[in-house]
Design a protein. Sequence first.
Length: 87
Amino acid sequence: MSSGVVLAAYGCAAILPFVLIRCFGTQAWYWHVLSVCLAVGLGLAPIPASWVGAGTDLAVGSACTFLLLWGVAPLPRATHRSHSRAH
């Protein structure tokens, strides 16, 4: 598999969560936690012997990247405190 295909797949998987959150906003916190749990579970799950191959590795890796980044993308916004409030 060429490095251009791998770069495009992982690049799209890394950029798409931020684009989706920018366009549609964040969801409830538990959906983001579930997304991180799914990413970890998918990444740790054994791949059946009949599915072993570069394409499967690329698909699973891209899915894990997407789910993990979509799950943690709202964290900086959630931890940011507004300084405009009057004390």
